[in-house]
Design a protein around this ligand. Structure first.
Ligand code: KIV
Ligand code: ZN
Length: 531
C-alpha cells in the first residue's frame, strides 16, 4: 500500500525570509489560496510575532483559506506562542509551530543555556501551546547537528508534553543523505513515542542536497516534508516542493504519494516568482524555462519521433500550457482577451481587467503577436501591482557610444505631470537618475535582471530590480517590448512599494526579513528569527 507523505509548505515563512521578498497581506493571501488549490497539507503562513503586519497577514489566511492546516512559527517563549495562537485561532485546522535550537552550538552560543534548561524551555513552550491548540509541532532547530542521545531526549520529552508533530531540521544544510536518513531511522528505532506523532523533516540547500536529504529521510520513515515553492528560503533556500513531489510521483508511484494536484505546480511557481520578485533560473528542475526545451538536433529529432526518448514527465501534468495556435494581436478585443485569460485560469473583473487590457493593447501595438508567456507576464505584473504614487507617462533617451547617455522622464503624481532629466553611465542608469530626481528619493541598485519573456527580436523584456532605500530592500518588476522602459517600470515599481510600505514601516521593524529588533535588555535570549 502506498504511504502518504504530508507536504508542509513554508514559502510564506522560510521563503519570505529571502531579502526583498517581503509580501503584503494581500499578496500572502493570494499565494495561500493558490497553495490550497495546489493541495498542500499544511501552510506555514508566517512568523506572527515578527511584526503586527505579519500577525494580521497570517490571521487573514487562517480566516479565509480552507482545506490545509494553517500554522505560524513561534520561538519557545510565551509571547511568540500567544502571537501564533492569536493569528491561527480562526483557522479550520490550526496548528502552533514551536522551535528551539537543540545542538550544543545553538544551546551554548545562541541561547546561552545548558541542555537541561533547553529541555525545560521546550517542554514549557509545548505545554503552553497545547493549552490553546490540540495540534502542536515542535522543531529541534539544528537537529542534524544535535548530539543523538540528546535529540532523543528532547523529542521524547516534547511528545510527552503534547507535541503532535516532531520536526528534525537540517537547519544549516550540512547533512548528507546517508547521514540524515540514518538519523531519521535511528530516531524511529530509539524513540517509541514517535509512533504516536508525525515525524517531519526540513532541509536547507547550502550544499545543494535539500531534496536528496528530504528523500533519504522519507525512505527512512519521515511522514512529513517541509519545503517551499521554487526552493526559495533562507540563504541557499529550502527543499523545493515541486522537485520532491515530482520525484515521488515519477519514481515511487505505488509506494509513496502526496495529495498535490501537480497540474497546479507551474502556475503556483509563477505566482510565487512574480509576487516575491525572485527570478527562476532557466535550468531549474521542473519549473525552469528550459525544463522542457530541447535544443540539440538529436534531441529534437528524438522527441518528435517519440516524446519519451528525452522526456520523463509530461509538461501538461505540471499545468504547463502548450502554445496556442490562435494568437492575440492589437486587434483582439476585450472578449478575445477575456476568453484567452479564462483558458489560462485568470478570471479577472473590473479595474484589474481594465488595467490588464490597457497594458495588453499598449504592448500589442508595439509587438506583432502576444504569446501565452507575454500575457502571463502582463497579467501577473498588473494583478500584483501596489497602489502607484508615481506612474510612468513617457520618456526619451539619447544614447550612443560617443555621447554621455541622457534621459528625460515624465511621471504622473496625483494627476500632475512631473518631468526631469539626468545623465547616467548608460541609458538605464540615466532613466533611474531622472526618476530619483522627480521622486526626491535615492535608491541603491542591489540587483538587476533583464530577460526576454519569449523568443524573437520583438520579445517582451522583463526587468526585475532590487533597490535599497533607507536601508531596506524593495523589489520591482516591469515589462515592455522596450528594455529601457521595462527597466524604468521595474525601478518605479520598487519606489512605489517604498511609498506604500516603506515610509511607515521602519519603526523597529526591518522590512528585509520582517524581524522586530529584539531589545537586548528586555528580551528572553532565544535567538532571532531564523529558518
Ligand atoms: O531551518 C530551520 O531549522 C527552521 C525551523 C525554525 C523549523 O526553519
Ligand atoms: Zn528553515
Amino acid at each position: 500500500m502506498s504511504r502518504k507523505i504530508h507536504i508542509f509548505d513554508t514559502t510564506l515563512r522560510d521563503g519570505e525570509q529571502v531579502p526583498g521578498a517581503k509580501l503584503n497581506k494581500r499578496q500572502k493571501l493570494e499565494i495561500a489560496q493558490q497553495l490550497a488549490r495546489l493541495g498542500v497539507d499544511i501552510i506555514e503562513a508566517g512568523f506572527p510575532c515578527s511584526s503586527p503586519e505579519d500577525l494580521q497577514a497570517v490571521k487573514n489566511i487562517a480566516q479565509q483559506v480552507r482545506g490545509p492546516v494553517i500554522t505560524g512559527l513561534a520561538r519557545a517563549v510565551k509571547e511568540d506562542v500567544d502571537a501564533v495562537w492569536e493569528a491561527v485561532r480562526d483557522a479550520e485546522r490550526p496548528r502552533i509551530h514551536v522551535f528551539l535550537g537543540s545542538s550544543d552550538i545553538h544551546i551554548q552560543k545562541k541561547l546561552r543555556r545548558d541542555r537541561n534548561a533547553a529541555v525545560e524551555m521546550a517542554v514549557e513552550a509545548v505545554k503552553y501551546a497545547k493549552g490553546f491548540c490540540e495540534d502542536v509541532e515542535f522543531s529541534t532547530e539544528d537537529g542534524s547537528r544535535t548530539d543523538f542521545e540528546f535529540l532523543c531526549r528532547i523529542i521524547d520529552a516534547t511528545i510527552k508534553a503534547g507535541a503532535t508533530v516532531i520536526n528534525v531540521p537540517d537547519t544549516v544544510g550540512y547533512s548528507v543523505p546517508e547521514e540524515y536518513g540514518s538519523i531519521i531511522r535511528r530516531l524511529r528505532e530509539s524513540v517509541p513515542a514517535l509512533d504516536r506523532v508525525i515525524l517531519s523533516v526540513h532541509c536547507h540547500n547550502d550544499l545543494g542536497l535539500a531534496v536528496a536529504n528530504s528523500l533519504a529521510a522519507v525512505h527512512n520513515g519521515a511522514d512529513q516534508v517541509e519545503c517551499t515553492i521554487n526552493g526559495i528560503g533562507e540563504r541557499a533556500g529550502n527543499a523545493s516542493l515541486e522537485e520532491i513531489v515530482m520525484v515521488l510521483r515519477t519514481r515511487y508511484a505505488g509506494q509513496l504519494h502526496t495529495e498535490i494536484d501537480t497540474r497546479e505546480i507551474y502556475r503556483t511557481s509563477r505566482i510565487v516568482s512574480r509576487l516575491m520578485n525572485i527570478v527562476i533560473q532557466p535550468n531549474k528542475a521542473i519549473v525552469g524555462g528550459n525544463a522542457f526545451a530541447h535544443s540539440s538536433g538529436v534531441h529534437q529529432d528524438g522527441v518528435l519521433k517519440d516524446r519519451t526518448t528525452y522526456e520523463i514527465m509530461k509538461p501538461e501534468d505540471l499545468g504547463i500550457k502548450q502554445q496556442r495556435k490562435i494568437v492575440l494581436t492589437a486587434r483582439s478585443g476585450r472578449s478575445a482577451l477575456r476568453h484567452r485569460l479564462g483558458e489560462l485560469g485568470y478570471h479577472l473583473e473590473g479595474d484589474v481587467f481594465e488595467r490588464v487590457y490597457s497594458r495588453f493593447i499598449n504592448v500589442a501595438d508595439r509587438k506583432k503577436e502576444i504569446r501565452t508567456q507575454d500575457l502571463e507576464s502582463i497579467v501577473e505584473i498588473e494583478v500584483s501591482k501596489v497602489a502607484e504614487s508615481f506612474t510612468l507617462h513617457s520618456f526619451q533617451i539619447m544614447s550612443g557610444n560617443t555621447l554621455m547617455p541622457f534621459a528625460s522622464v515624465t511621471l504622473i503624481k496625483d494627476g500632475e505631470h512631473k518631468t526631469d532629466a539626468a545623465n547616467g553611465n548608460g541609458p538605464v542608469d540615466a532613466c533611474f537618475n531622472a526618476i530619483e530626481r522627480i521622486t526626491g528619493v535615492c535608491g541603491k541598485l542591489r540587483d538587476y535582471d533583464l530577460k526576454a519573456v519569449t523568443m524573437g527580436r520583438d520579445a517582451l523584456g522583463e526587468a526585475m530590480v532590487r533597490v535599497e532605500i533607507n536601508g531596506v530592500v524593495y523589489s520591482g518588476i516591469g515589462t515592455s517590448p522596450d528594455v529601457i522602459e521595462a527597466s524604468a517600470r521595474a525601478y518605479l515599481n520598487a519606489f512605489n512599494r517604498y511609498f506604500v510600505n516603506g515610509i511607515g514601516a521602519v519603526n523597529g521593524i526591518n522590512a528585509v526579513n520582517g524581524m522586530k529588533a529584539v531589545d537586548g535588555a528586555k528580551s528572553v535570549n532565544v535567538g532571532e528569527r531564523t529558518g
